[in-house]
Design a protein around this ligand. Structure first.
Ligand code: ZN
Length: 506
């Protein structure tokens, strides 16, 4: 009798273990699918061949100050570097590309992206003239891509920020670390260990998330400064602006972070206090901007994302239709059933949609709230421009509905409309981020890496000209329009192969 009981218990135990292991494997696979690990990798056939030397001639070149074009220039490139820029003749025998009537600008930097696991994004950036990105929640595969790109793979230079730090204990910590790929810490010792590990692995900076405790934020700020790692990212909800001013952060990941802090100072606004909150933001914005300048903290814009929140609630179908959905990582667009923290875009899974069955009155109130939220970032942005805060143009690509590469041009238009001159917009997309990331790009001058974009129209006259891309150079490689189109087509095809949910026809 006893023997049967023991056998029975053993069988139950084995089934429980098998069940746990197989559900772990299922969930892990589903997460990888969501992040794009199984998306077919696009392999476009490109005409470009690396050239030791080449020159762009008769072209207008953006001055290093990004405020004017210098006409009739010749830019000579040798071994991937700009050798000279000037009005002189080009030596015979090197390939000369005629840039007559066109405008040469440095390759763009998107200072806030999430690459996750589909390498197709790398091609989308190049095809859109984005030759550098700052990955804001980097993973080991992103570090591997960075090295492959340095060794010649087609893709943007990547500044890789380590997985963002968050304070969680016990089982919740395990789940958040696993499903959201964050760095979970509880105390100074764990923070020191993680920062040292990330530095050794080759990450370029560390990031605070919204979920870091007050104490852990101060500790991360100290530990990062001691290690010489830049601290970037969110302002944790548990802390306040004073902690940021006395800490070591060199960048804030969104203007929105400042909106959230002011909301907390205000006491939390609702639709009925929207006007009063905006008045409070107007009163506080000068002081906030002055502190940012004083502490040398740059701010990344992600303005079109925050502007889109209320439209994603009220007009999602229109917003999706306007986005270049065929290029978006299908795993991310489709979301996942296994975690409410998926990043879904489509109507059934969109993370910003209203809950099912919300009545018209509550929808109207929600719109008042989210419109005020967007307005608050505009008020802060205007104060920052007045005070001369350094702005980095960034999109938060892969968050709905920011399609990698394409959304960057939307962002440039958004910050232009919000008050930046085209020259300031171009600086925030080129020379300012290059300085932040310590990269040898961002301006067209001798000795810089030849990452450049040839435009058919003048972006200082109309910023939307950044979309009129004729050619992109990446060091020794010259990608003409045909190559750029081949990249885009190959990504659309590969994504289509990998789609579970068909895109709505227009
Ligand atoms: Zn982000």
């Amino acid at each position: 009798m006893m023997k049967w009981v023991i056998r029975g218990l053993l069988a139950v135990g084995v089934i429980a273990v098998l069940g746990t292991v197989s559900s772990y494997l299922f969930v892990d696979r589903e997460l990888n699918r969501m992040y794009g690990a199984f998306v077919e990798v696009a392999e476009p056939e490109l005409e470009a061949e690396a050239a030791e030397t080449y020159a762009l001639v008769n072209v207008s070149v953006l001055a290093p100050e990004a405020d004017r074009f210098i006409p009739d220039q010749s830019v000579i490139v040798e071994d991937g570097l700009i050798r000279s820029v000037g009005a002189g003749e080009v030596p015979q025998g090197i390939r000369a590309i005629d840039g007559e009537g066109m405008y040469l600008v440095p390759g763009f930097t998107d200072s806030h992206v999430h690459l996750w696991e589909s390498a197709n994004d790398l091609l989308l950036y190049i095809a859109n003239g984005v030759t550098q990105v700052r990955e804001m929640n980097g993973q080991p595969n992103n570090l591997a891509w960075k090295r492959e790109i340095e060794a010649g793979r087609v893709g943007p230079e990547i500044f890789v920020v380590a997985p963002q730090f968050a304070t969680f204990v016990g089982f919740q910590g395990v789940m958040v670390g696993w499903t959201q790929r964050k760095t979970i810490v509880r105390n100074r010792k764990e923070i020191e260990q993680a920062v040292a590990d990330f530095q050794a692995a080759g990450y370029d900076a560390v990031k605070s998330s919204s979920y870091l405790s007050r104490e852990n934020y101060d500790q991360l700020s100290e530990v990062a400064a001691e290690a010489g790692m830049p601290l970037v990212g969110h302002i944790p909800m548990a802390t306040d602006l004073d902690a940021v001013w006395r800490g070591s952060a060199s960048e804030i990941a969104h203007i929105e972070e400042l909106v959230k802090q002011l909301d907390k100072e205000f006491g939390g606004y609702g639709p009925d206090q929207a006007e009063a909150f905006l008045e409070f933001v107007r009163e506080r914005s000068d002081d906030v901007a002055a502190h940012l300048v004083q502490e040398g903290i740059m701010v990344t814009s992600t303005m079109s994302l925050v502007d889109s929140f209320h439209r994603q609630k009220s007009h999602l179908k229109d917003v999706l239709q306007a986005a270049e959905l065929e290029y978006e990582n299908p795993g991310i667009a489709e979301g996942t059933v296994i975690t409410s923290r998926g990043m879904g875009w489509l109507p059934e899974v969109n993370i910003y949609r209203w809950p099912e069955g919300m009545d018209a009155r509550r929808q109207a109130r929600s719109l008042v709230y989210w419109k005020a939220y967007a307005e608050a970032q505009h008020i802060l942005f205007e104060a920052m421009l007045e005070h001369g805060v350094d702005i980095l143009a960034g999109t938060d690509a892969n968050v709905p509905v920011m399609v990698p590469g394409f959304s960057f041009h939307d962002e440039l238009e958004a910050i232009n409309e919000a008050g930046m001159s085209p020259a300031e917009v171009l600086a925030s997309a080129t020379v300012t981020p290059a300085a932040f990331m310590g990269s040898n790009t961002g301006e067209i001058s001798a000795g810089r890496k030849a990452n450049m974009v040839l435009l058919r129209e003048n972006p200082l006259e109309d910023i939307s000209a950044t979309r009129a891309i004729e050619m992109v150079t990446l060091g020794s490689n010259v990608f003409d329009r045909e190559d750029l189109d081949a990249m885009l087509q190959s990504v659309a095809d590969a994504n289509d192969e990998s789609r579970k949910v068909a895109l709505a026809a227009d």
